[in-house]
Design a binder for this molecule. Sequence first.
Ligand code: VG1
Ligand code: CO
Length: 664
Amino acid sequence: MKLTTAALAIVAALSLPSPTAAFAQPSIPSSKAFINNKHVALSRGGSSTSSTSSIALQSTATTSGEVIVVSTTPIPEMRPGTSGLRKKVEVWQGEHYVENFIQCLIDTAVEKNGGKMLDTIIVAGDGRYHNSEAIQTITQLLAANGVNNIWIPRNGIMSTPAVSAVIRRRTASGDGSDGQGVAQGGIVLTASHNPGGPGEDFGIKYNEGLGQPAGEDFTEALYEKTLSISSYKTVSNSPVVDLSAPIGTVYKIGSSSVTIIDPFQNYLDTLKECFDFNQLKEFGKKEGFKMLFDGMHGAGGIFAKRVLIDELGLPESSLMRCNPLPDFGKCHPDPNLTYASELVEKMGLLPDGSATTSVDVASLPTLGAANDGDGDRNLVAGAGFFVTPSDSMALICDNWASIPQFASRGGLKGVARSMPSSAALDVVASARNIPCFITPTGWKFFGNLMSSKEMFDGKDYTPFLCGEESFGTGSDHVREKDGLWAVLAWMSILAKANESVENGATLVGVKEIVEKHWATYGRHFYCRYDYEGVDSNDANKVMEFIRENYVNGDTASIKTESDIKLADAIEFSYTDPVDGSKTSKQGLILNFSLPSGDPARVVFRLSGTGSSGATIRMYLEQYEKDASKHGMSAPVALKELAEEALRLVKMEETTGRDSPTVIT
Ligand code: VG1
Ligand code: CO
């Protein structure tokens, strides 16, 4: 960041030692520099002679800083979308960009906090390009605004669910023993499943005091502020915080303490409450069991290593791409059939989700999974078998008894899915008498349901399970979707299903479990077509056309070219059952009836996570009760429905696209 003298007005000068001196020689109070009588060397380079993440080192490296006020002007288009604000990284690197957004974020949070400055905030990112630089800038703004405690994970990298766990659990002392989190918020630097690196995306999301993504009231208030911002506070002469410093290192910037914290501990404690690690460890040793986890070079990889290898004892060969890279190794860290192609192939699958016939299933991993950039999403597959995220949710719901977190509390008390996800969950919930909610796309809408009792003294829906068709699954253990949680949920289901299988005998696989489920409940064939990089005007025209002709038009008079008939069309809006807030225009739904009498539907919505142009998402779903037809591949089963819907909405005519960018 460059500051011109003219732009600065010094409002407060804090009396601190010279930054150079302070940094050349971090002062370590001698009483705190010993752990178990062992001296831990601390240097600017940050390595310690004994720096395992479990060591709680307390040391203070004194730093410097003067609070300054910098003049700025509003920057347009800073409205957060489905999950945070995402833009090309070069936009974020522009003058005042991060600063404007963060100052408005702080001001909004303070307003929500009754005018009081926040005391404790965690700042972490998924490790993408610009992560470390943005952490420094944000830390300086937080310190200048008077946030007393700023927590940064060692190396600056954490998955989104792990940040949520810190907010919920980490106590002031850091050990989390009383289960009461003190952080009032978390700033997460990620554009999640969007690619990273020069020319690619960077993003910032904010999570509030219960660990939940900021709701629309928050993001709208923030956006309003970005339209009128005239200055922000930061710190001049601030030394760079060494992100690789040992856990427990405390830097002083102004009157704020910046602490390097353990990224793993609170999250690990949370997972250990959800699952039986001993059972999973035992199952991991069972003959024939093999796991393959693809971290896609995002933040989830280091957590997968910590949990699957260090805790559950699986071999290192269970991991691929688990080292975070700033450009995700040039891959697109979206764990779907297209972008997780390497894993998909290793699981004996073709890009359309069907099995490769030439591979011996017995040689394939029993369980395969992939995480997105910030580790909150998951792809789940078995040997030669892809599980759609909507089915995964339904399966976890039906098998709650296999998951200690649910079983120990008498089963699920509530479930929810995003509207475009399939109704597979609804069918199980209804059979099992569990309240099922249908929310707009985006995790923020699950927060109120999970916290209904905690926040509003309403009905308690916990234990709670929720998810989205976009490979996000989670529960109330944190307030975020959680890729690794979903993997452990599946491992628990497999462990239970194989309880009585003798060592050496063939294991019950993911395929058998899902096929049995379909035989009981019917199968919801499901597919999503993404049309990426469409001209925004054309994308809006498609939506407007559907709205005018089908939602507001007379669907009874519409003739289709096939036996699939258009039954009705609606636009989805949502009234939050907990706080009554309303959200409109959340997707256009075309309901069809099939010749068999079974229902089908196609949903259209525009993505809210892109950074340029528009992405049209088309979600296809078709119910099939007849078990003899369950073996079909989803794209084949849904082909006719897709063609009918594309004709009706004039996709090619309006956008010039004769095929989607991604089918998953
Ligand atoms: C997409 C997904 C949505 C998810 C969101 C954030 O949003 O469809 O289900 O909640 O990404 O996930 P959209 O508006 O592009 O369809 V993440 O892991 O990117 O924070
Ligand atoms: Co994500």
